[in-house]
Design a protein around this ligand. Structure first.
Ligand code: GDP
Ligand code: IMO
Ligand code: MG
Length: 419
């Protein structure tokens, strides 16, 4: 069998959590492959709402095994809080949530370094989630990181050395901090982590496949936040793209099966950085209000704009998307007109290709569509779609060259239509 991958095609928050939950019944194992608690994946069913940060979104469907892969960075303190919240709502995970020994640990000082680095950047700040993501991946790449597997072996010594190194780094910034309380919480998190099964997840995932069982890889963030192909430097610090599933789980490229690319019928972004189709008018305000576009992790208002097909086409290419999933069409239900960006004008020249840098001077060129002006939230089949909506989807499919296989018309698990 192969690993199917579900990933975001925009700047994150496309609705990955909801769809992973919907698809989970088709799989034996669900595994996160990158990112960390910068993610906030929301699921809704039976009038309950859950926000997952580090735990994969396949935990609510019939006792499936969920894996935190080697490409993930894990904060024990936040992990503990997340697990305890799930336990309080009756979800016991110690027997079916496995953690890769090769996943890197976010140390309390990584969070401090994230804050210090952001403060030092001043106006040029990335607008990170403040979860220590960048400094942790930096330590991984510079070969200084601590991994989950280190907890089993000489941990105190390794931890002390890392903290001393970080303290020295922090001394170069004009940055006040109190390490003690967060360190205490963090060490309690390590104890919680020890209740879970640490695995060599690359072996586990490949063995699962060779037994003829299906694995779903869950991405975090989105393609436009990818450290190589996103709107650099306003990106996260991991490979959010399909190739990230290979490195983040230890599966070979020829073991990748379907690639589900998920996007909103419009577009959002949190934090700083370019966003060619961003709306600063009342339409943007409507999208934010009707779409409840406020960060699941930070509560920050998300920036809103029209769908950007130039960026989506680029994302489809980079990821080898085989099936598209379109989310939140219901948010635009009452809009008289809907726009989609079909090209950019860069220095006066029109292009459909993603330029090297979209940080400056990119003007979106739009195509307008009549709105459908029908409540879609209770629809259950494609046959109920209004003509205007069918035309909108058809245009997107033709532009991107990939079929839209699922449409989501509300936050609940049930509000999902397969085509
Ligand atoms: P993720 O990070 O990709 O998992 O997405 P988030 O959970 O951060 O953000 C998606 C938000 O949209 C959540 O609040 C979901 O409950 C909500 N949502 C998902 N699909 C739909 C949909 O089709 N319609 C509406 N109105 N809300 C949706
Ligand atoms: P999910 O998985 C939206 C953004 C931050 C910031 C940039 C870098 O829920 O889609 P980081 O803390 O990663 O160093 O921040 O990336 N960002 C996200 N935006 N959804 C996310 O995750 C994000 N994770 C990081 O806002 O602009
Ligand atoms: Mg999110």
């Amino acid at each position: 069998m192969k690993v199917d991958v579900l990933l975001g095609l925009q700047w994150g928050d496309e609705g990955k959590g909801k769809i992973v939950d919907v698809l989970t019944p088709n799989y034996s194992v669900v595994s996160r492959f990158q990112g960390g608690p910068n993610a906030g994946h929301t699921l809704e069913f039976e009038n309950q709402k859950y926000v997952l940060r580090s735990v994969p979104s396949g935990i609510f469907q019939g006792g499936k095994v969920n894996v935190i892969g080697n490409g993930v960075v894990l904060d024990p303190a936040l992990f503990k809080a997340e697990i305890e919240q799930l336990e309080q709502s009756g979800h016991e995970l110690t027997q079916r949530l496995y953690i890769s020994r090769k996943a890197h640990l976010i140390l309390p000082t990584h969070r401090l370094l994230d804050a210090a680095l952001e403060a030092a950047k001043g106006k040029g700040k990335i607008g990170t989630t403040g979860k220590g993501i960048g400094p942790t991946y930096t330590d991984k790449t510079s070969r200084n990181g601590l991994r989950v597997g280190d907890i089993e072996n000489n941990f105190e010594e390794k931890y002390a050395a890392a903290i001393a190194r970080h303290k020295e780094m922090l001394s170069h910034y004009d940055f006040q901090y109190d390490l003690e309380p967060i360190e205490k919480e963090w060490l309690a998190g390590i104890e919680k982590l020890k209740q879970f099964k640490f695995v060599d997840s690359e072996h586990f995932v490949n063995k699962t496949l060779s037994e003829g069982k299906r694995v779903l890889a869950e991405g975090a963030q989105g393609t436009m936040l990818d450290v190589d192909f996103g709107s650099y430097p306003f990106v996260t610090s991991s490979n959010t793209i399909c190739a990230g599933a290979c490195t983040g789980l230890g599966v070979a490229p020829n073991k990748i099966g379907e690639v589900f690319g998920i996007f909103k019928a419009y577009c959002t972004r949190v934090g700083s950085g370019p966003f060619p189709t961003e709306l600063f008018d009342e339409v943007g305000e409507e999208l934010r209000k009707l779409g409840h576009e406020f960060g699941a992790v930070t509560g920050r208002p998300r920036r809103c704009g029209w769908v950007d097909l130039v960026a989506l086409k680029y994302a489809v290419m980079i990821n080898g998307v085989t099936q598209l999933i379109m989310m939140k069409s219901d948010v635009m239900d009452q809009f008289p007109t809907i726009k989609a960006c079909v090209a950019y004008k860069v220095n006066g020249v029109e292009t459909k290709d993603m330029p090297f840098d979209i940080n400056e001077g990119v003007e979106p060129i739009y195509r307008e569509f009549p709105g459908w002006k029908v409540d879609m939230t209770k629809m259950t089949s494609e046959s109920q779609f209004p003509e205007e909506y069918k035309n909108y989807i058809k245009f997107i499919e033709e532009y991107l060259g990939v079929p839209v296989k699922y449409v989501s018309v509300g936050p609940d698990r049930e509000q999902t239509i397969a085509r």
